[in-house]
Design a protein around this ligand. Sequence first.
Ligand code: F6P
Length: 555
Amino acid sequence: MTYSPLPPLTDSPEWDALREQAEHLRPRHMRDLFAEDPDRYPRYTLEAAGLLLDYSKNRITDSSLAALMALARSRRLEERIGALFKGERVNTTENRPALHAALRTPESEAVTVEGQDVVPEVHHTLRRMETFVGQIHSGQWRGMNGHPFTDVVSIGIGGSFLGPQMVSEALRPYWHDQLRCHFVANIDGSDISDTLRHLDPETTLFLVQSKSFRTQETLANARAAREWFVENGGSQEQVSRHFVAVTSQQDEAERFGIARDNVFPMWDWVGGRYSLWSAIGLPIALAVGMDNFRSLLAGAHAMDEHFRTAPLERNIPVIMGLLGLWYSHFFDAHSHAVLPYDHFLKSLPAHLQQLDMESNGKQVRINGTPVDYPTGPVIWGGAGANGQHAYHQLLHQGTRLVPVDFIMPLHSHNPLGDHHRLLFANCLSQSQALMRGKIDEEAFEEMRAEGMPEEKARELAPHKAIPGNKPSNTLLLDRVDPKGLGALIALYEHKVFVQGALWDIDSFDQWGVELGKQLGKTIEKRLEADGGQGEPREDSSTTGLIQLFRERGQG
Ligand code: F6P
């Protein structure tokens, strides 16, 4: 990328203007902002790619939004968005483009990387996936002894697991009748053992998913799967019928014993956490069929188009990215909660955790100098309404400000009785409660109306009071279908990109995870029965724990 350094973030007229805006807004309550402006909802609502964002329950006004937009322009955000889509090397430390958007680009369009259009090979791979999925579904490709497959076990970790697992789960109502999908990620032997315990090797297909084909957890689980297969009646020749790989390292997959024809490609220009749109999405395609997988891509593409072309002021990922920065810098927010009010979206927070925290958990700018401001927040969350009976207490009365994204479909796949109306009411009541709160006096009056003696009511009122003024976004989609889900995930990918661009960090590398892997190799050796020979090289804590494992643990 022709990267020209950005000026310091916090030393600029745009930053000073934002600081002033924040000072002005800090003492103001959102209750009053709503009371003063009956059009707040329509004014702070946007629709694109089948999603609706209501961002009216945020601590913002037109002038603070204008100041945020001015900051975005001073960070040359539009130029950075253009560079992303043009396939420039936005991943500067690895000197690569980040072209996940190309994976969902229609065949009629081109995305050129160093003079070469990558769209044809993307669609060639999609067609290969289509053929493969068709063969498995129709029973044309069968397991040993001629039985059709009933179970698929996807083995992978990080981006080669979280995205496919979350999407497959989210699209549960679209699953093929005869095929069940399972995911194994953890190096903990219980993960794979527990999965295989219930499966029949004759009818089980394994997908080994690893961009690098070097990841310890994935290789160990893939070897365990192969051993289980062979020990339970499979032969080495039959491995080629039961094992398929997705990787950018075809030779490594072949060395493992997977036939070249069974290897689907990955490309350098796709980051792991952005890879569910590639052949890494094969478990999704097997679970829900290729038409639905293509709809997922279409939904993401619609969001790409919105992000690429909408003016910053009407751009959903840009607005969500700027709001995150606003709270993290000016309201001391350290974390961000994602609360999907949909049972099938319960793993979305885990996927977004990797997407956001692996992308923006960075401490230096693109030019290598340390940042002097906070970068990516801690992302957490879980399915509503379950959280209401757990961590929502902290959201309402805790001392930390946690901005929230509520995600809610208008239609349920299981419209049981009045469940969906109740769920919707729960979602809205949470965002309303966070926004408006309940002052002491209201709490007091309520208790008095219930007949509580005045003294007791006075005593309890501060405990029952809820400050409110807690910000949230509400994202609505028609239903959790492939298209809407594709748009939703792409929205978050772009939000993360926006924030990385504002902070001037490389959102596409992940060097921080390497040290643990490096040290792990040495420690693993030292845990072996004779690994403690010679002088201990570690700190006393690590040595002590190694020793303890060797004496009392199971090596
Ligand atoms: O260790 C982090 C990471 O590199 C992720 O970024 C990636 O998604 C995951 O490991 C799995 O990597 P691979 O697909 O190469 O096995």
